[in-house]
Design a protein. Sequence first.
Lengths: 487, 304
Amino acid sequence: MAQPSLVLTNTRKSNQAAPPDGVGGGAAAVVETELYAADQKIYPRAVSGWFAAWRWALVWATQLAFYGGAWLTWNDRQAILFDIVDRKFFIFGLVFWPQDIIYLAVLLIIAALSLFLFTAVAGRLWCGYACPQTVYTEIFMWLERVIEGDRLRRMKLDRGGLSARKIGLKAAKHAAWIALALWTGFTFVGYVTPIRELWGEVMTLSTGPWETFWVLFYGFATYGNAGWMREQVCIYMCPYARFQSAMFDRDTLIITYDRERGEPRGGRARRADAAALGLGHCVDCDICVQVCPTGIDIRDGLQYQCIGCAACVDGCDHVMDKMGYPRGLIRYSTQNAMEQRLTGTQMMAHMFRARVLVYTGIVWAVIIATAIGLYARVPLKVDVIRDRAAIAREVEGGQIENIYRLQIMNTAETRRVFDIHVEGPPSLQVASEARVELDATASRMVPVRVRLAPGAAQPGTHRIEFVVSAVGVEGVAVREKSVFIVR
Amino acid sequence: MSQFTSAFWDVYVGLISIISIIACAVFLKVQSVRKTAEADTSGHVWDEDLTEYNNPLPRWWAWLFYITIAFSLGYLVLYPGLGSYGGTLGWTQLGQLEEETQAANSRFGPVYEKFAAQDVATLAKAPEALAIGQKLFLNHCSQCHASDGRGSRGFPNLADKDWLWGGTPEAIKTSITDGRAGVMPPLGAAVGGDEGATNVAHYVLKLAGRTHEGLRAVNGESKFKTVCAACHGPEGSGNPQLGAPNLTDDIWLHGGGQSAIIETILKGRSSQMPAHKDILSPAKIHLLTAYVHSLSRGGAPPGK
């Protein structure tokens, strides 16, 4: 049998017991292999350190924004509100209408390109620090640790028989999880239904059927994914996990075990001289495996299960400190750096390679273009629809009249008056009411009659432009093309 | 399910569905375990000797598949899906449409009911009622009468003071509810061929105050009084009972040029306003009436 390639290797270790080795082993014996297996629970050990602190910083940043953002007020309304019923998205001073879908597309483009960029530079940064799956798992694990204790206590509790204490602890843990999950679901829906209204409804148990469903659904998803599914989401369900690995190259910073320095691994006394014992720096304490949230052994090399959380880096650094060895037996490094023994500076110099520069350039170009677009955005939209029933009618004095429907959308949050003006062949003018008043964030369909003096243009179609401008507000004007037909 | 010409196809489709679902379950069960020569490999071999370690999926993953199978069987029991079997819930597309229409009616009904109690003249001045009326107009009427209600050739202008069938609220409501058929018969023979038609046309031009040839108009007058007056009246002032237009006001439904008038006399005209009683509820027709009524009673149209 050929050596299977690294990514296909099954190196996931159980934290409880080593998986049974080949059942048969004997020659020509046919073995039955189950293609589905019960998943083994992982008990990640708590870890602290530089990277764990970063993760917690991002947990705080993202969750303060998420839980807190819904309660902010702006212009006497909720600052961030995705009003699906009225099809308007409010984000602080900006109001997005369905016609602004381009900004959603741009946002997704920026998100995708940023993912490419970060992944090319330092692997699965998103997975390890900012992904909601990681963030909520981190919070749920913290609750679990506070209630049930750390790794060994949890394992012991689960192994032990049913007792009043066990039931009490489990009930407390799930109650805490469910409370947090429901609050998360409530906050989520609070971005769609104004959260203060929703709170009143929740207090009086009068939430609508869909609100109730989404609070419970999102709450259940949080509880299930962060409490029960955890690493299985990353390993078996997440598509990003798989395609991010495809964006690595030999200069991508990945969590790396320095095999050369660490091997041969082995236990030794703290004062022992490793060199004299013929041992590397790895003391084989298994801390890196115990802290791993996906239950792998990083010393086996890069694996698709690795979410790049650097818990093993923090764990190993503690051990190195205790042993008096330099830190960084497990560290962020690149394949090239390991193979060519590059210094840190040389490795960092590889960061400025074409792929990274191109991604950076594109991301910034899109961000700047979007910022300019948002800044120059006019809070007025106009659609012109020509009436097809009455192509061109002759009215008094032989004038030619065409009819249009103007859908005027005032996307500003103030009441405004708009002037409708038309440009085209000489003498062309608006013959109907040329002034419309619109409420804040309201839209109106206005039938508009446009007239041309007799003989002012040849029979046929003529390009014209409607100019709709806000009265007394500089720069709020929209031009829309249409045609005028003379026959 | 009447689209099948024979019951055979019901059975055929139903059997294929059931056999496919059962086959999925069997296949899933069989494929969950592999017999291999070596432990911990998937049994797949590529390029003669490249094998693959078995990385088993969690068992809940397989359960998801079984759940979809159970779901599909449950669905086929509850909803139509097996041939002509209608499902125990008795769901139909038409039923859902009726249910949703009813829900919409009970939701928006009160809005219309409020207006149905007021008379048209009051509503024609109420901006809220007119806004709804305009939306109804743009949806149901503007295709012919144009978005501003001023029509086009063959479709009357609703914003002037000239009414073919009368401009009272009652008359407008009848026009919308039951529709109207305006028929002008071909009268070439009755007026004396092309020559007679031309003379009558000039008389009609004279009635409207347009430029005309005096002699022809005099010659056409007698024909008009014997033939056309039956509907348009001896003075040519029309008859709203028949939808016969007033010919003296220089407002033209089918064109006011000489050739257009001659064509009208020789070939006749036929206009049809469709009935809306099966399309719109009385309350909606009431609001539409108010909107149409307001079109000709608003201030002088701008731009005049």
